[in-house]
Design a protein around this ligand. Sequence first.
Ligand SMILES: [Zn+2]
Length: 264
Amino acid sequence: MNMSIFYTLLLLCLFALLARWIKSKEAEWIGSYGEYKVRKAIKKIEATSSGKYKAFHNLYIPKQDGSTSQIDHIILSDQGLFVIETKNYSGWIFGDETSKYWTQVIYKRKEKFLNPVLQNKGHIKALRNWLGEAFSHIPIHSIVVFLPRAKFKSDAHFSHAYVVYPKQLKQVLKQHETNVIDGETKRLLTQKLETALVKDKQQEKEVKKRHVQTIQTKQRQAEQHIQQNRCPKCGGVLIVRKGKFGTFKGCNNYPKCKFTQSIG
Ligand SMILES: [Zn+2]
């Protein structure tokens, strides 16, 4: 074989591998970039507040069932705790406070994703349980942050959460002016929250791995239950029903338990 053809082929192969690697990392990079932008906005607020706001980033809150709840950011102030969930979507976003799913419209394609307000509600519930009785009087505010490349198109009213862009974060914090936390409580809270931070890259890797593993185990268990016609939510019996949108398995404890799973 001609040497120059050989090298051209080798180069092409390397390019193909590189392109594949970049593509596989793309989502992760976009994700971390969004994270970074929001973290920067929060750090700026923290730095210019002369000690009024204290921020914690990337916390893993232990739950009673052995799993963890991952929280992007928490801001602590005399006014309470602000729990922040970051979303890195682009395109048009539609959603309200109570629907299970929100919609992203991009290039005329529609994608469903879990309602981040409900998601954050779950994080706050885990945080409350973990903080316990001693801090039960402390108000916790929910904030969902979208990056400016997403256009939030809903005019729905949110009464239990804020849905904002990074530059509006400061306004949200300023809306709360009543001091409810004294210096000693703030010190104890800081101490407690610091225990949920990951110390270094190695620990983060381990915590992340465990976090994903418990989620996967839970999913597998739920799937097994469903196969055995047991409701993964309440332990009831699943019954095959026919609905407007096809056949599904529903819980016999309906309407108390609303679990359903479509079976095509
Ligand atoms: Zn059920």
